[in-house]
Design a protein around this ligand. Sequence first.
Ligand SMILES: Cc1cc2nc3c(=O)[nH]c(=O)nc-3n(C[C@H](O)[C@H](O)[C@H](O)COP(=O)(O)OP(=O)(O)OC[C@H]3O[C@@H](n4cnc5c(N)ncnc54)[C@H](O)[C@@H]3O)c2cc1C
Length: 471
Amino acid sequence: MDNNVSSTHWDIVIVGGGNAALCAAIEGASAGQRVLMLESAPRVYRGGNSRHTRNFRCMHTGPLAHLTDDYGEAEYYDDLLRVTAGKTDEALARLAIRYSEDCLPWMQAQGVRFQPSLSGTLSLSRTNAFFLGGGKALVNAYYNRAADLGVEVLYDAEVTDITLDNNRFETLQATVDGQSVTLRGRSIVLASGGFQADLDWLARAWGPAARNFLIRGTPYNRGVVLKNMLDQGAVSVGDPTQCHAVAIDGRAPQFDGGIVTRLDCVPFSVVVNRNGERFYDEGEDVWPKRYAIWGRLVAAQPDQVAYVIIDAKSIDLFMPSLYPPTTADSIAALGAAMGIPLDTLTHTITTFNAGCRDGDFFPTELDGLATEGVHPPKTNWARPIDTPPFYGFSLKPGVTFTYLGLQVDQTARVFGPNGPYDNVWAAGEIMAGSILGQGYLAGFGMTIGTVFGRIAGQQAAASVATFHSNS
Ligand SMILES: Cc1cc2nc3c(=O)[nH]c(=O)nc-3n(C[C@H](O)[C@H](O)[C@H](O)COP(=O)(O)OP(=O)(O)OC[C@H]3O[C@@H](n4cnc5c(N)ncnc54)[C@H](O)[C@@H]3O)c2cc1C
């Protein structure tokens, strides 16, 4: 009964079909309210960016499920401060961190299963809880749970306009299976993601370079509801040019390539731009703390492309990539195959190799094996690129999600021009910019969505219950 719902009047209407929307729906329905979810994607593509995920970052005071040791609030917040350079809302950030510990058992109770952390360059066994079967299994478990609780879902249902009167949500317009419909609700939760899939909007924020960006996730997060709310005076947070972007294989599709297009070999490599020149320290820090800066670094290079070059010594040190590397027996042959100017590339690699020093190489920790006399330096894992075969991958910026969003309070209520709206809440990417002013902490997107999705669902349900008891 996918696109045949039982009513046009609902207690809670939820815009979106990813993690934040589902957490809100489950909480709202668990509190006994009648909940409708509107998902702009067709059923087969439901689940937004959430279906691409693998883990969430979780505070814990002792071993929890597969999480080892402990990961306390102070350390978690400190990690966040470092990646955001302090650009965060402390109260909202601490709320997300503290509440994450309660979320893991709650997720298990809704049918989400966990597994030991994956090995590879993102070694996160202490801080991040991995979903068995990845985000797709998580999303499916939540949809099953929501259905058991009586949540109804409309697919191919894009919300286009939200009517706000006297600081209150009254009705919304949506296009469902191509037909325009009006729906009414007592409260609304906005969980429709960022605007990264609207390439025109990205180009307005970033300039024409954005036309060369790839979007790692769903093509349905086009910011339609975000724009509609901002146009009506909702208070915005975040900078339109800030986003989570990583370096991905240049051969990835324009949308939805997912996690398998990410390349984790940068720390063991030399990275050059289209001109064959190095431009940044590939070994600045361990990869989980650096992978999220490489999207922006590549975005700043000519034509928004770069090339990562490794040799036979490093090919087994990272998660294998989806696309096979270009392979050659010499650097000159590799450059020719990849279209990098041979003279500059050969000079770059020769200079780099001459700057490498003897020392112990430890791939999983900072080893201090640094170059000398090379600009920019490589400060860890600097081994000469000298053992054939040589391998190359092209890199492009892959945008994960944008940070411009709606400002919320600690109950996830959205701020309008006259203070918080009476009955409008937001969760997930659409409000994450309050907490992520810049930078990114692996696994924090799902934490923000889970925590604020749950809070939004609980709060929306409580406001509807108050409405019922007063009427
Ligand atoms: C490849 C990849 C890997 C990632 N890995 C991780 C990870 O391991 N851990 C982590 O924490 N984060 C990860 N992230 C980030 C993570 O996906 C997001 O932070 C999180 O999923 C956001 O959840 P959300 O519910 O806000 O958005 P989404 O899951 O994107 O859901 C938004 C939903 O809104 C719908 N929608 C959009 N516009 C409308 C509209 N107008 N009307 C109706 N519906 C609409 C979309 O179809 C979608 O269903 C990853 C992202 C990508 C792309």
